[in-house]
Ligand binder design. Structure first.
Ligand code: SF4
Length: 185
């Protein structure tokens, strides 16, 4: 871009555009197993209308989704299925754990129920409640948007620091090389 315009501002603006589009266009995969899934349906229906927040493109294929919403009880037998679906989603991807069951097993203190999906997949946002209200889920999605921006900014900062470090190390190595040359001379 700098070669085309003579300026470097386009790159910065593109980052901002990317941030904006990423956080306003989640494609959710609803992994609904129990009553919480009904609240999810309500969240995407006309009254609550999650489309207002850019998250209405519900897909039932992990390859077309970037947001896994786990809504309901997950028993141990279902664990491998959930894990496989998560693994099949392309990066970058996020997970919302919706409701007490998905977050902690809920009131099922039983040997066959997973005591929280974070035993097998990473969770970005936990939405509490039994069931959580649609407002609760939407609030969780809004929190996720903020997290996406924070993560992207942190990633960029890390890249910049790594680049700067690599540059410094390059100079250092060159310095050592010069010293060696001086010694051998
Ligand atoms: S958290 Fe409550 S509403 Fe949600 S799946 Fe469990 S029992 Fe049902």
């Amino acid at each position: 871009m700098k070669g085309l315009t003579g300026e470097s501002w386009v790159t910065t603006q593109f980052d901002a555009l990317e941030d904006w589009s990423q956080r306003h266009s989640f494609w959710p995969f609803p992994f609904g197993t129990a009553c919480c899934a009904i609240e999810f349906m309500s969240s995407v229906s006309s009254h609550y209308d999650m489309a207002r927040f850019g998250s209405e493109v519900v897909r039932f294929s992990p390859r077309q989704s970037d947001l896994l919403i786990v809504a309901g009880t997950i028993n141990d037998k279902m664990g491998p299925v959930l894990k496989k679906i998560y693994d099949q989603m392309a990066d970058p991807k996020w997970v919302v754990s919706m409701g007490a069951c998905a977050c902690s097993g809920g009131f099922y203190r039983a040997y066959h129920v997973m005591q929280g999906i974070d035993e097998i997949i990473p969770v970005d946002v936990y939405v509490p409640g039994c069931p959580p209200t649609p407002e609760g889920l939407i609030y969780g999605i809004l929190q996720l948007k903020e997290k996406v921006i924070r993560d992207r900014q942190a990633h960029r900062k890390r890249l910049k620091e790594e680049k700067a470090r690599a540059g410094t190390e390059g100079v250092g190595t060159q310095g050592v090389g010069n010293q060696a040359a001086a010694v051998s001379a």
